[in-house]
Design a binder for this molecule. Sequence first.
Ligand code: GAR
Length: 208
Amino acid sequence: MHPETSITRKRIAFLASGRGSNFQAVIDAVAAGTIPATCTGLVTDNPRAYAIERAKSAGVPVTVVDYARFSSKAAYEEALLHAMRGCRADLFVLAGYMRILGPVIVHEFSGRMMNIHPALLPAFAGLHAQRQAVEYGVKVAGCTVHLVDEGLDTGPIVVQRCVPVLPDDDETTLADRILIEEHKALPLAVQLFCEERLDVDGRRVRVL
Ligand code: GAR
């Protein structure tokens, strides 16, 4: 039980493809007691993802579903879904998962899957969001945590945080500034879900 409410600890699991710093931010918040949850698994499509080392250090079970070993996206997603079901998670967190999920997985985890994206959606969806922001010339950038629907970075928005874009920024300096905010936004969004404080009404998410 969460100390101040009657909420049962949630089971949260993760999909990550790479470095895993957002994954780390969430497991740190769980370890600190800020998020009333148990981390039940990391599933990755990349056997070289540094997120795997982070999971091992934190005692989070890892399943590798190596994309390169499958002959089709359908076969890969069938194995991925099997691995995800094995985590028996209330919430799946996409923490730097760099592939588009197919409709079967999105449907199964509808309302209980979140993604972190390094832009102020609906601007700059898809890959290289920070580069898109610099090239467009926006003065404010940021990050978005949203529920996952069948579109590309289109689901209902849970948390956004912004940063200035400075005159000499390039993709890397802007990404570094946004990442600091990502590490606050994602744990907060996961915390709100785990505390059952998200009220989703169509596109609009109200924090209770
Ligand atoms: C983060 O900036 C995340 O927002 C982005 O990948 C990075 C992963 O870093 N995700 C996407 O672009 C998804 N479309 P991390 O592995 O250190 O968390």
